[in-house]
Design a protein around this ligand. Sequence first.
Ligand SMILES: [Zn+2]
Length: 194
Amino acid sequence: MKYCPRCASELVLRPEGGRDRLSCSAESCTFVHFGDFSIGVGGVVVRNGRVLLIRRGHEPGRGWWQLPGGYAEHDEAIAEAVERECLEEAGVPAKVVEVLGFRHSVGGPGSIGGPSTNMYVVFRLEPDTSVEPACDQDEITGAEYWDPDELQAHERVQNLTKWAVTWAQAGSKGFSPSMRGADPTRPPWALFHV
Ligand SMILES: [Zn+2]
């Protein structure tokens, strides 16, 4: 990274928050490169005791089953991101109920979360139970409600999916969405808490 993504001025190393960081050389600009971060979302969607899984059609992990999910866009609220992914990948409209847990993985070669330092937030959602799962047969080659015991025993179900289903079955309450920024002139924000 050589140039500022906000104003295209040159970046220089400068002490910021306890270590030298690439910072914008323009006086009018406050950009500091704190690192490479991403946010993933996944949804545990349960209907009549069965859990919605999708099968990956592309690498990495082609042929493996997992929770519907993906990356939250930079300008997207995470609860909306997971609802969008459930609809896009599995054809199921679903609404966020709570956060069941999250995985934080430090980025780098071999990182399980990918090259960026990643926070993967797992939600529980309530589906529209009248809608049958459907997928595009390209990026996603399967979308089905699974018996929880079967998915725990299956070789080609991701570990994070297995853990998340266990959390959902434990029945304890997770973080609930409470406040949301409602000012249409500002980007969205949201609070989740116990
Ligand atoms: Zn700048």
